[in-house]
Write a protein of this length. Sequence first.
Length: 209
Amino acid sequence: MIPKPCSAFLRLSCILSLLVFELSTARGALVNVTVDDQNGDEITKALPAYSPAAAWSQGASCSGCLAQPDPSLALDNTWHDATFAPGDPQYTIEVNFTGAAVYAFFIIANTVEFATTLTNLSFALDGSSVGTFVHAPTTSTQYEYNVPGYSNASLKNGDHTFVISAVGATNDSLVLFDYLVYSLDHINFQHFAHATCLTDNSFIVKLAN
């Protein structure tokens, strides 16, 4: 199928955005790309893979989920909800990306009546374990948003597979996954940005601080 071209206005917008981007990369900037739990990668449109699929719920529309954060405080008003119990098959979220840094963000619950709110996670990058995150609930009934469970700004630039796993040998573990951010270098960004402009008539630029 021949890609549908952008309108003249959108082509101009893409060109101007790329020019701004080139000036920024001359100062060593990277582009931050967001992967939403529900809507996926804002550039490639790839979605996170949830396994087993039946174990995960879209929290914003889950009337049976005990954890009920404020949707207006979650990215794109969505998050994925699962509660892992010892003995269950592994609960995972897999995200593939091309970049030089990655950051995973969660919503954290504290005291919720009748609910398990301990969060116990492990992280793997390209098949190797790279860290853990544990949050023991406080007596507060407030949720915490945009909590960074994992960050790594020193990756070799290239293709990566990032896997989040709910773990626990003796206790259940609640996962409220909101979004992931990865940093993309200018060469790969230009490739993805051009492809997005051609096929979707859309273009998004976000510069890392």
